[in-house]
Design a protein around this ligand. Structure first.
Ligand code: HEM
Ligand SMILES: *[C@@H]1O[C@H](CO)[C@@H](O)[C@H](O)[C@H]1NC(C)=O
Ligand SMILES: *[C@@H]1O[C@H](CO)[C@@H](O)[C@H](O)[C@H]1NC(C)=O
Length: 496
C-alpha cells in the first residue's frame, strides 16, 4: 500500500522531472536561431547585394541584432552558422582538424587543384603548412627575401609617370614578388605572359559567385598556366638532381633537406598555383587600400611620410631597406594593421563541422557549414572604438586597445591554417609604402569606392596622378637596375 502511494505520487513527479530535464537538454542542444530565407537560394541574394555596396555591414548587423552574434542562415545552397563572436571565432580556428575542417565551394577547389595547401587535410597539411611557414619566416625574409622585395618594388615604381591605376601596379608588384620567391624568376617577357594567362584564371575565379556555374572555361585557361609551370618544375628537378639547388620555395619542395622531396610534378605545380593565388589579390588589395585610406587621411599620411623620410635620410638614395629599417617603422605598422582591419580582404572563413560541436551554448550538428566572420568582429564598436573609422593611432592605444585580445584581430586567420604569408605580406606592404611616399606625391584621378563582393576591391582600380620628387633619382636608379638585370641574366622560356 505504502509502495503504491509512493508510486502514485512519485511517478508523475519523475515524469515531470524527466520532461524538465528533456526540455532543458533540448534547449541546451539547440541550433543557433536564425532565418533560412527563400527555399534553395536562402538569403544568398541579400548577402550578395549587401556586399556589393560600400556598406555591407547591415547584413550582419540586422541578424546579430535579432538573433545574437551566433546565428543560422542559408547561403550558397546550404544552411550555415555565422559567427560574429570573437571567442567563437577563436574556438573555430583553434579546433581546425579536430572539430572543424576547411571547406571551399567546388568552384574554388576545382580551380586550385587538389594538392594545394588550402585544400589539404590532416598530417599532410601539417607537414606542408610548416614547410610553407618556415619558407616565409622572419629570418628568411631578413636574410634572403627582403633585398629582392626592395629591388622589385623599386623597379616597378620606376616606370610610373602621370596616370596610374594603383591596383594594377600593386598586382604586378605582388606577382613579381611571388614569382621571385617561389621560383627565382625576375620580371621578364616570360613572367609577363604568364601573368596575363594567370589574370584570366583569377578573373574566372572571382567572378563565379555561385557554386552552380560551370568551371570548364576556367579550367581550360588554368591549363596554360599549369603547363608553363610544369616545364619549370621539370627543368628545376633536373637541375636539382645534378646538385644545383636554388634557395626558393620550389627548391624546398624538390629537396629532401629543405623539408620537401617525394612530390610529383603535378603536386608541386598545384601547390605553387595555390600560393600564387593566395598572395596575389590579398596583398595587392591591401597595398591599394592603404594608399586610399592614407589619401583620405592627410594627417596619417603626413605622419607616415615623416617616419619614412627619416629612414631614407639616413641612407643613400638607392640603398635597399634592411630588416632594422623595417623594424623602425612603428607608425607604418599601425597603418598596415588598420588597413587590414578596415579592408578585411578575407572577411571570414568557411569551415565544416566534423562532429557535433558545442559552441557558446548552442549545438551545431556534424557536417554543417560554419562561417567565422572576422569582418563582423573588426567592425564592432565593442571591440574597436568607432570601429567604422580608419584610425591608425588606435594601435598606439589611442581610441582602442593597442593589443586586442585573442580572436579579436584576425586578418590572417589563426590556428593550424594561420596564413603562412603574413610576414611577407606585412613586409611587402611596408616597403611599398616606403618607396611610394619617399619618391612620389599623388592625387586621386577619380572618385573611387570600395566594394566587397565577390572580393574586397575598389570599383575603378584606384586611378591616381603621380609626380616624382626627383628626376635625378629616377635616372640613377634606372641605370642601377639595368646593370643588375644584366648580371642576373633572366632566362626566357618562351612557353607561352
Ligand atoms: C594581406 C595579405 C594576406 C591576407 C589578408 C591573408 C589572409 C589569409 C587568411 C585569413 C588565411 C586563412 C584561411 C583559412 O583559415 O581558411 C590565409 C591562408 C593562406 N595564405 Fe594568406 N593572406 C595574405 C597574404 C598571403 C601571401 C603573400 C601568401 C603567400 C606567400 C599567402 C598564402 C596563404 C596560404 C598558402 C594559405 C593557406 C594556409 C592553410 O590552409 O594552411 N597569403 N591567408
Ligand atoms: C625559419 O626557418 C628556417 C628553416 O627554413 C629555420 O632554420 C629557422 O630556425 C626559422 N626561424 C624562425 C625564426 O622560426
Ligand atoms: C598589429 O597586429 C598584430 C596582430 O596581427 C600585433 O601583433 C601587432 O602588435 C600590431 N601592431 C601594432 C603596431 O599595433
Amino acid at each position: 500500500m505504502e509502495l503504491f502511494v509512493t508510486f502514485c505520487f512519485a511517478f508523475p513527479l519523475v515524469l515531470l522531472l524527466l520532461h524538465l530535464v528533456h526540455t532543458a537538454r533540448r534547449r541546451k542542444l539547440r541550433l543557433p536561431p536564425g532565418n533560412y530565407g527563400l527555399p534553395f537560394i536562402g538569403e544568398t541574394l541579400q548577402l550578395i547585394s549587401a556586399y556589393k555596396t560600400e556598406n555591407p555591414e547591415p547584413f550582419m548587423d540586422e541578424r546579430v541584432g535579432r538573433f545574437g552574434p551566433i546565428f543560422t542562415t542559408h547561403v550558397f545552397g546550404e544552411a550555415t552558422v555565422f559567427s560574429a563572436d570573437p571567442e567563437a571565432n577563436r574556438f573555430i580556428l583553434q579546433n581546425e582538424g579536430k572539430l572543424f575542417e576547411s571547406s571551399y565551394p567546388s568552384s574554388i577547389s576545382n580551380l586550385l587543384g587538389k594538392h594545394s595547401l588550402l585544400l589539404m587535410k590532416g598530417s599532410l597539411h601539417k607537414r606542408m603548412h610548416s614547410l610553407t611557414m618556415s619558407f616565409a619566416n622572419s629570418s628568411i625574409i631578413k636574410d634572403h627575401l627582403l633585398v629582392d622585395i626592395d629591388r622589385l618594388i623599386r623597379l616597378n615604381l620606376d616606370s610610373w609617370t602621370g596616370h596610374v591605376f594603383l591596383m594594377d601596379e600593386a598586382k604586378k608588384i605582388t606577382f613579381a614578388l611571388t614569382m621571385k620567391q617561389l621560383m627565382s624568376y625576375d620580371p621578364c617577357d616570360w613572367t609577363e605572359s604568364l601573368r596575363k594567362e594567370y589574370l584570366l584564371v583569377i578573373e574566372g575565379f572571382f567572378t563565379i559567385p555561385l557554386p552552380f556555374f560551370s568551371t570548364t572555361y576556367n579550367t581550360a585557361i588554368k591549363g596554360k598556366v599549369v603547363e608553363a609551370l610544369r616545364l619549370v618544375v621539370r627543368k628545376r628537378r633536373e637541375e636539382s638532381e645534378r646538385g644545383d639547388r636554388k634557395n626558393d620555395m620550389l627548391g624546398a619542395l624538390l629537396d629532401e633537406e629543405g623539408g620537401g622531396g617525394g612530390f610529383s610534378d603535378e603536386e608541386i605545380v598545384d601547390f605553387l598555383v595555390a600560393l600564387l593565388v593566395a598572395g596575389y589579390e590579398t596583398t595587392s588589395t591591401i597595398m591599394t587600400l592603404a594608399v586610399k585610406f592614407l589619401t583620405e587621411n592627410p594627417l596619417a599620411l603626413g605622419q607616415l611620410k615623416e617616419e619614412q623620410e627619416r629612414i631614407r635620410a639616413k641612407k643613400g638614395e638607392l640603398e635597399a631597406l634592411t630588416w632594422s629599417d623595417y623594424k623602425s617603422m612603428p607608425f607604418t605598422q599601425c597603418v598596415v594593421n588598420e588597413s587590414l582591419r578596415v579592408g578585411n580582404i578575407i572577411g571570414g572563413i568557411f569551415r565544416r563541422t566534423t562532429a557535433d560541436v558545442h559552441l557558446r551554448g548552442y549545438v551545431i550538428p556534424k557536417g554543417w557549414k560554419v562561417f567565422a566572420s572576422f569582418r563582423a568582429v573588426h567592425m564592432n564598436d565593442d571591440h574597436f572604438k568607432d570601429a567604422r573609422t580608419f584610425n591608425p593611432w588606435r594601435w598606439q592605444g589611442d581610441g582602442g586597445v593597442a593589443c586586442p585580445p585573442p580572436g579579436v584581430f584576425t586578418p590572417f586567420g589563426g590556428g593550424q591554417r594561420l596564413c603562412p604569408g603574413y610576414e611577407i605580406a606585412r613586409v611587402s606592404i611596408s616597403v611599398f609604402l616606403h618607396h611610394l611616399v619617399t619618391q612620389f606625391s599623388w592625387t586621386p584621378a577619380e572618385e573611387d569606392k570600395l566594394l566587397f563582393f565577390p572580393t574586397t576591391r575598389t570599383q575603378k582600380k584606384y586611378p591616381i596622378y603621380v609626380e616624382k620628387y626627383s628626376e635625378m633619382r629616377h635616372v640613377k636608379s634606372k641605370e642601377r637596375i639595368v646593370k643588375e638585370e644584366e648580371e642576373d641574366g633572366s632566362k626566357n622560356f618562351g612557353v607561352l
